[in-house]
Each structure stands twice: as C-alpha cells, then as structure tokens.
Design a protein around this ligand. Sequence first.
Ligand code: SF4
Length: 721
Amino acid sequence: GHALQPQARTTRSTCCYCGVGCGVLVHSRSDADGREIITGVEGDPAHPANFGRLCSKGRTLAESARSLQGRILQPELRATRGEARRPVDWGLALDTVAERLARIVERHGPDAVAFYLSGQLLTEDYYVFNKLAKGLLGTANIDTNSRLCMSSAVAGYKLAFGADGPPTCYEDLEHAKTVLFAGSNAAYAHPVLFRRLEEARARDPQVRWIVADPRRTDTAAMADLHLAIQPGTDVALFNGMLHHLVWEGLLDQDFIAAHTSGFGELKQLLREYTPRMSAELCGIEVQDLVTAAEWFGRSPAALSLYCMGLNQSAHGTDKNLALIQLHLATRQLGRPGAGPFSLTGQPNAMGGREVGGMATMLAAHRELEDPAHRAEVEALWSLAPGTLPAKPGLAAVELFDALHSDKVKAVWIACTNPAHSMPDIGRVREALQRAEYVIVQECYAGTDTVPYADALLPASTWGEKDGTVTNSERRISRVRAAVAAPGQAKPDWWIAREVARRLEARLASPGAAPLFEADTPERLFDEHRALTVGRDLDIGGLDYAVLEREGPQQWPFPADAAGAQARRYVDGAFATADGRARFHPTPYRPVVEQTSARFPLRMITGRLRDQWHGMSRSGRVPALFAHSPDPALRMHPEDAARRALVAGELVRIASKRGELVLPLELSDEVASGTVFAAMHWSGQYLSSGGVNEVSLPAVDARSRQPELKHAAVRVEKAAFG
Ligand code: SF4
C-alpha cells in the first residue's frame, strides 16, 4: 500500500486541570484511518510553572483526552420539555438558539437572559461570551463557576490593595522561610506547587510550615505545626495572631505609616482578640497560636498559600482580608518569599477575571458601576454610549434563584455542571426544570446538568482547541490543539460567536459597528489585549508571537516594558487612589448554620488527590481511582460508636435542605463533631447529586461566594425498603 508513514508530532500546551497551569508536551500521531490521536503527555521542562513535573492528573491527560466515550458529537434540540432531544445540524441549532434568545429579549428585556460560564473556558471563549452579554444584549447577567471558587479572593485583594491579582510568584515558594497554608490542602489540590515546596524545605532546614485546617489533611500531616481550628474560625485565628504581633512590637511601623491607611481602626478591634480568647474560639491551644504568630512575624520571609477553605464561606472576604492584613502589618510582602498568595482553583480562574466575564465586573479589571470605565469599554467596542449595563448582574446563586421567580427565562450554561456544583442543588435542579429555555454547551453527555438542556451544543475540549489561560501567578500560557475535535464538536468561542452574529443581525440597531469580526483565537486575544492598555493588567506588549517566541509570560506586560513583573507592590505603591494599602476591621463571625439537636454534626467538604470537580474528565481514567476508589463519609470513630455505626455501612446524611447516602469511613483526621466528604462524587456515581444536596446557599455579602464548606447535618444508618 501507499499508506503514509505515521507522523509523530509534539504540541506545546498547558494542563487543563488546576490553577498551577503546568506546561505539557502533547505527543500525537495519525492512526491507520488517518485520524490524529494523542499518544502521550509529558511535563514541559521549559515551562516555569512546573519545569517538567506533572501530578497524577496531568500525567494521565492522554488517556482522558483519547477516550471518546460519552462525548457529545452532534447538536441536539427539543421543542418542549416533555420530548426527547433529537440530533440536528449546526445551522439549525444556531438559528434556533438565536431565535429563542432573541424572542425572550424582545418580550422581556435583556435581563431575562443569563449566562453561566466556567473557569475552565479559555480567555478567548470568555471574551466572546462577555462581549455578547454586556456589549450586544446589554445584560450583566453573566457569571461563572469562578464565583464558587475565587470571588472572595478577588474581593480581598481589591479591598486591601486596590486591585485584583496576587503580588507574588511561584519563585516565592523557593524563597519562603515560613509557609502558612490556610484552608489549602495543596498536597492534593496543587500537587506540583507542593512538590516545589517540599524540595525547598528539603534544601533548607530553617523552613517551617504551618497549616490551619480543621482536618488533618496530607498537607497538615506534613506540617511543623497543625492548627486544627474549628470550621470557619479563620478570622479569629488571624486576628489573634495579629494581636500578639502588635503586643510584641513585631509590626513594621514605618511601612504602616508610609504606605497604608486604616490601621488604627483595626487595632481597636484587635484588642478583644487576645491570643487566649482567639485560641478558645478556634478550639486550639493558646501556645500553638502564639507559636504560629512568632514564626510568621519573626520570619525573614513569610508566605501564605490560601484557597477554598477561606474563599468558600459566607465570610470569605473577611477571611482573605484578615490574612492579607497579617502580611501588611508586618510588611511580609513585596520581596522574594513573602506575600499573601491566593492559589486559584481552576485553570483559567484568572483569565475570566481579566476579561471581566463575571456579573460584577467589566473588561480588564474595570468596574461596571464606574461611568468612566463603561465609557472606555463602549469606545473600544464601538458601542453607542449607554449600551453597557450600569449595574452588576446576578451572581451564581441569585442567577439560578431568578429562574424560580421568572426574572430570568433562559440560561446558557457553558463548560460547567451547576446541577452538581451549586449549593442546595435540589433547588437548582428545580430552577432548571422551571426555566423557559436551557442551553447547555458541553463536551461530555454524562453530567448532571445535560438532562435539562433544550439545546445541547457539542463543545471541543482540551487537546482540540486553541487559546490562552492565566495561572495562579498571573502567567499567561498558550493552550494548543494537538488533534481535531471529534464529530461536530466546535470550540466554545466559535459557538458563542456564531450565535452572537445571528443575534446581532436581529437585535443590533441599524448602522451599528459589527462586534464579532474577530474569527480566530489570536484575533480575539488581540482585541482583549487592546482593552487592557493602561490598566493594572496591561498586556499591550504580549501577543501570540511573543508567547510563541518567549514562552508563557506574567502580566503586566505593557508594550514599552522591559519585561514582565514577577512581583507587585515591591516599592510599597499600591493600586488604590492614594497609593496606600487599606486595612479593614475584620470581626470574627461564626459559620452561618449552627449545629442543633436535630443537626448536631458539622459537615465540611474538600477534594481527593486524583480527581477533579465532578469527575467528568478524571473519571475516565481507571488509574485515577486507585488512590480513593469509593465515595465515603469520614467520621471520627467516637462519633460512630455513639451512633452504633460501623465502617463500611451506608449512612444517610441529612441537612435542612436535602440528603444523600454514602458508605461510612472511620478516621481520626476529622475531630469529633465534624464529618468530611469529598465534593467530586456526582449523580454519575451516586443515587444523589453529592455533597451539595445538603449544603446551603448563604453567600458572602461582598464577594457573593457561597458557603460550600460547612453545613449542619445529622448522620444515621441508611434505612431501605
Ligand atoms: Fe495539571 Fe495542576 Fe497537576 Fe499541574 S498540578 S499537572 S496543572 S493538575
């Protein structure tokens, strides 16, 4: 025969799982039918996030990407809820979606439509959706699962420093002498960063780790000091530590005077947070709190790494602020190894913030409520003045609630599974059932949200699409296609743009400039870049050619800059109007749902080492089940004995809102009175939708992030029949 020799290719890309953003080399070749397949993935030795390292999830990317089982290969539509969806071609799918949305906008106004996106979309995807919602339709009802993930971190940085984004970089992991993990199980959730920390500690015996976490996670088990605080008492801990530092004179008074404001008011508040009082609130030994404060305050370089344990809380903004304030008062920032470093969960939580793809922001870290900011974006997008919405839209929890009250009629969900990940999912399922029109843009057919779709749009996924993501240290990396998408699956930006152009033809005023000319990821990125010029995240000098030539780069990267900035606020000049960082009073407030006689246990949630989110991708790799094969509720042996429960039996976990059944696992990693379950297991694996059957929809007033990490529950033997 004259079959061509199979051509092996290597494509540089970025791992699609977590916010570490590891660089990968994707190997592919064409099979006997001429179809290009991914044959292997290895760490990219040249990528500055991982220098060749990968964790278990990244190492198995080839396997998860190759498996086409359960992929959505063709658009599907249905006219009414009762009937089954039928396969259609793209033309009909796009026309129908545009027609249905246009009709709803014409009848009920633009705010009757909402978009719910994902921190796993690429920056270019996010950009088109944001322009479609705010620029074309004129609604700010566009939010994302990043609301469940990073919004308290955004609020914390903005309130303290005047701008979003961490002041730190990954190299700080190697320079830090004291590392404070707060609400972060980095050993599981950010494994490659954790490995960098382990190597740094192995080199330098002076390095000390403190972990504040109610559970003895693998990270906590390796700490020099584990503060097993009661769930939700983080603010009391940080306030108590700062009280001690004030008392001991370990503050940087010159820095506070020259570069900050508001310390006096905070200091007033701190008076009541004596170490004794604070330790009591936290349920820890006072000596441990004092030791933590000493290690932090006297350290040549203290770095905190924090994550969902602080963010996923109705007081998440205060938790972020109280921790940042420890750094500000002691000037533990702006130099190598020091700073408050919020680790992002999803691979592109940062990119979504950069394009302003959320209900509360505009493009390039601009504010919706600021008329000057709106005018700037209107000019850059050639919109008529007054087109952009002037008020924030509905954030995640409110967005699905508004389907109940009929304020929102149609929701377009892309690349996320709210019927698994939202708090109180029973209510979210009802909202989706009630909605007039639900569009689900997905690559996997098995998610808990897909059954609600009136229009199901097949998306291409990692390994098949091009664009960029921004990792936890503000570093923008290219994601590149190695193979063609299967069936009729299309890139997310393409789907959004095709619908947008159809809506534009119908809704835009005559003579309006076309908004969706950009037709490649590179052109979309160029449009996004233009909006950042002069802003704190200015990437005017960073185009695809630079990324190609010089590899991944951190922002800011202005056109005239010598290069990227690894650290921010090095000179003590902050991004507030007066250039001073701002202290805020952070009173401790307990978790929203207190335990009671009916619901006497605290349930906390977290992650497994080898799984990701609802497991739609990681669940395709058998080897990733070896570490934690089965779902479980972990309970302290004493609590189990008191209830006559034994290991392995099925238990029913109930809260005021709902219930689920899980096998019981006994473990003293949780304190008596607290139970733990991983958040990954969904309706694909359980008879229920998972832990969010019982979680509550209370949100933080400033960040609107829900309290996903704590609910009062009762646990009993599961009765059947
Ligand atoms: Fe991927 Fe995160 Fe693992 Fe790196 S640490 S390989 S980005 S999952």
